[in-house]
Each structure stands twice: as C-alpha cells, then as structure tokens.
Write a protein that binds this ligand. Structure first.
Ligand code: NAD
Length: 439
C-alpha cells in the first residue's frame, strides 16, 4: 500500500515511520523545508526514544520518503493522512483549524484519483464534514472519502504506543474507506488490537473525551493532594488506595504541578468550546481547565514559601519539559513557574536532559536571569533550593550527599513526589513535596 502523511511533527513522523515499519510505502510531507532536508539525511527534529534508528532503517529499506510538495505522492496514495497541528486559537481557545483546512485545499487542488483522506490531527466534531465540503467545492468531480482516525500515542513512548495501541478508532462512512484503513492496520489486527469502527463524529469526539477524562483524573488527584496537606493525609497512599479499585485504575493518579503538553490543555479547552457551541456545556471540564490553570499559576508560591525570605534567591530547576522523555515544551508548567520566580527576584540555574534547546527559545527574554547548566550538579551549585519539576529518570537517583554539599541551603522542593520524605530528612534536607505530611 502507499500512503502520504501531511505534517511531519510528533504525530506525523512517528505514524509515518511506524506504517513504513509495517511494510507500507510512506511519503511524509511537511512545508518546513529545513525539517525535510534534515529528515532525508536521517536527522530527526524531535527527541523521541528509538525514532532515529527506525527512521534511518525505513529510509534505507526504501519505504520512507520525505517531500515538501504533496503533489508528487497524493495521486499514488490509497490514503492521505492529515497530521498537522491544531493549537488553541488565541482569541477564544477553540481549536485553530486553519492548518487542517489549508491542507484540505492543497489536497483538493492536486488529487485526481480516489483516495481516503484521513484526519489524524485532533479535530473538533464536524471537522471531517468541513474538510469534505472544502474538497468538493474546489474539485467537484473528485471521488474521495474523509475518515477520522484520531491518534492516541504519547510522546516519550510514541513508537510502542503506535505499534501496540490499546485501540485504534476509525470513523468513516463508506465500506471502501473502511476496507482501505482495515488493510493499513492489518498488522495490528494480527495482534488482536481492538479496532473500533464508528461514524466520523463519534471518532472525532472519542479523542477529546479521552483526553478530557485523563486531564480530569490528574486534576482530581491534584485537588485531593491539596486536601491531604490540610488534613495530614498522604496522597500517594490515597492514590494506591483508590487506584487498586479496578473501576478507577492506578494510572494518572500522581499529583504534580498541573498538566501541560501539546494535547491536554488545548483539547480540554476545545471540548469546552465545542460543548458551548452546541448549547450543551461541560461544566465539569470547565472546572478542570480552571483548576489546572490556577495550579500552574500558583506553583511558584509554594517554591517561594518553602525557601523563606531573603533578598536575592538562587533556585535550581531540574526539568523543563511537561513530562520526561520528550523535548516538547508546549504548555509545560515551567512556562508559568519560571517567569513567576524571576518576577519574584529569583535567579535560576536550570537543567533538562533533552528540553534545553526548545526551552531557550521560550525563555529568550529572561536570558540574563537564567543560567543553563550541563547537569543536575552544576545546576545545584550555590543554590538556595532545588526544585524538581519533571520526573526524568536521571533525577530519581541523584547523589544526594553530593547535592547537599553543592547546595547553599539543603532545600528540595519535589513537585513530582519522586523522593522519600523520611530518607531526605535523615540526610539533613528540608524536603517539600505534594500532598504528603511534612516529616
Ligand atoms: P507538530 O506541531 O509537532 O507538527 C505539525 C507539523 O505540521 C509541523 O511540522 C508543520 O510544519 C506541519 N504543517 C503545518 N501545516 C502544513 C501544511 N500545510 N503542509 C505540510 N505540513 C504542514 O504537531 P503534533 O504534535 O504532531 O500534532 C499534530 C496533531 O496530532 C495535533 O492535532 C495534535 O493535537 C494531535 N496529537 C498530538 C499528539 C502529541 O503527543 N504530540 C498525540 C496525539 C494527537
């Protein structure tokens, strides 16, 4: 089979590479020329474990190609995937569909034979219908179908998530489209992966409902964690105690500085807007959005309260990305916390294993207040407190005795609860974490 994937970002590049690994001939298209030039040489624009080897392997085996212009490949493709960004629209928080619609127009201008156009981007209910209308208007005689195939991969474990997903969701009208997509996902059928066929609107909504549910679960435990602090309970034990209930489940019950990343913030907002547009408001999700925003915007106060009063403070920050194993900085809690600390007269020493290049772009205007360090120990030297913002594995086993010697004051503020409070106390640290009794 032959497919084209338009948009070669976190989703498009991983999906395209994994389909190639399944044996499909894939052309990945992106309007970013630099990105395509580099990809042709096997240079990967993002950090995603295992992706570089898989890209190189499939380029070498002739199944994976990269193009700037979609006209070369769309007419040879059984399916054309749209995998461009759908960020929040600045004016109202709704999903900005301009990239998706621009691709629809380009496809319409270039496609001559039947193909299934598949929305892999996360798009609000009704977008498939709009894509269909755009194509019909520009190219009325074209035979095509529009399907929805939302993507559930997680950055950091994207390849495994794509190759061994919990489920595949496909929303389409025609049998022809269904059969093409069935064939494309045949390797997953063989692994007995549940493949759910729905109408297009349902598939579109499933993606938003899934992300909003997960964001709600995180926000729930964050709020419970706040209550734990007031009543002397331990949120980690609460998580275990409720998570062992099969109806609840253990995952996504870890308190933190608020969810971030390229999906949950924008997708919760877009779902809220869709619901309002249809006069069926989702008060629960509106509260989740508000609660998470408040949490991210107030986290710096916890840090400042933990270090007490002094005129000038130097704070070490370990972790800048919204989660480990990615270099993605989009909507990371660090984007709220770092500027707020700087506003409160702190100087920062920061380190992230993979996110520093991205982060430097985001924090350009604070360059005189941030010292970029080469590792956790350099970042800790001479600081009044160490803040763990992202739970990268390498932060889980720091040499604490060495850290204590390096820090100006032995204060650790662990916003991911990765250390044991008793152990840290016995080593002479003042240790603050989330929702656990102060020892
Ligand atoms: P991204 O920003 O990493 O990549 C989008 C790419 O599309 C960019 O490289 C951009 O240059 C390209 N592009 C934009 N317009 C184009 C055009 N007209 N022609 C060719 N290329 C074009 O985005 P992403 O994180 O991969 O997300 C893509 C979609 O997948 C979004 O809707 C997102 O919500 C969804 N999604 C993302 C994730 C994730 O973890 N990142 C997971 C599941 C779903």
């Amino acid at each position: 089979m032959n497919i084209t994937i338009i948009g070669t970002g976190y989703v498009g590049l991983v999906s395209g590479t994994c389909f190639a690994e399944f044996g499909v001939n894939v052309t990945c298209v992106d309007k970013d020329e630099e990105k395509i030039k580099n990809l042709r040489k096997g240079i990967i624009p993002i950090y995603e474990p295992g992706l570089d080897e898989l890209v190189k392997k499939n380029i070498n085996q002739g199944r994976l190609k990269f193009e700037i212009d979609l006209s070369k490949s769309v007419n040879l493709s059984d399916a054309i995937f749209i995998a461009v960004g759908t960020p929040s629209r600045k004016k109202d928080g709704h999903a900005d569909l301009s990239y998706v619609y621009a691709v629809a127009e380009e496809i319409a201008k270039n496609l001559k034979n039947f193909s299934v156009i598949v929305n892999k981007s996360t798009v609000p209910v009704g977008t498939g219908e709009n894509v269909s209308k755009i194509i019909k208007k520009i190219n009325p005689s074209l035979k095509f179908d529009v399907a929805s195939n939302p993507e559930f991969l997680r950055e950091g474990s994207a390849i495994n998530d794509f190759m061994r997903p919990d489920r595949v969701v496909i929303g389409c009208k025609s049998e022809k489209a269904k059969n093409i997509l069935k064939e494309l996902y045949r390797p997953l059928y063989l692994l007995e992966t549940p493949i759910i066929f729905t109408n297009r609107e349902t598939a579109e909504l499933i993606k938003y409902a899934a992300n909003s549910f997960l964001a709600t679960k995180i926000t729930f435990i964050n709020e419970i964690s706040n209550l734990c602090e007031k009543v002397g309970a331990n949120v980690n034990d609460v998580s275990i105690g409720i998570g062992l209930d099969g109806r609840i489940g253990k995952k996504f019950l870890h308190p933190g500085p608020g969810y971030g990343g390229s999906c949950f913030p924008k997708d919760t907002l877009a779902l809220v807007k869709t619901a309002q547009d249809h006069k069926s408001p989702l008060g629960l999700i509106e509260n989740v959005v508000e609660s998470n925003d408040k949490r991210k915007k107030s986290m710096h106060k916890r840090i400042l309260n933990s270090i007490g009063k002094s005129k000038k403070k130097i704070i070490s920050i370990l972790g800048l990305t919204f989660k480990p194993n990615t270099d993605d900085m989009r909507d990371s809690p660090s984007l709220d916390i770092i500027p707020a600390l700087i506003k409160n007269k702190c100087d920062l020493k920061v380190f992230d294993p993979e996110g520093m290049k991205e982060a430097k772009e985001y924090f350009k205007k604070y360059s005189d207040k941030i010292l970029w360090c080469k590792d956790s120990y350099e970042a800790s030297k001479g600081s009044d407190a160490l803040v763990i913002l992202t739970e990268w594995n390498e932060f889980r086993a720091l040499d604490l005795k060495r850290l204590k010697k390096l820090l100006n004051k032995p204060v650790i503020i662990d916003l991911r609860n990765i250390y044991n409070p008793l152990e840290l106390k016995s080593l002479g640290f003042e240790y603050f974490s989330l929702g656990r009794p102060q020892t």
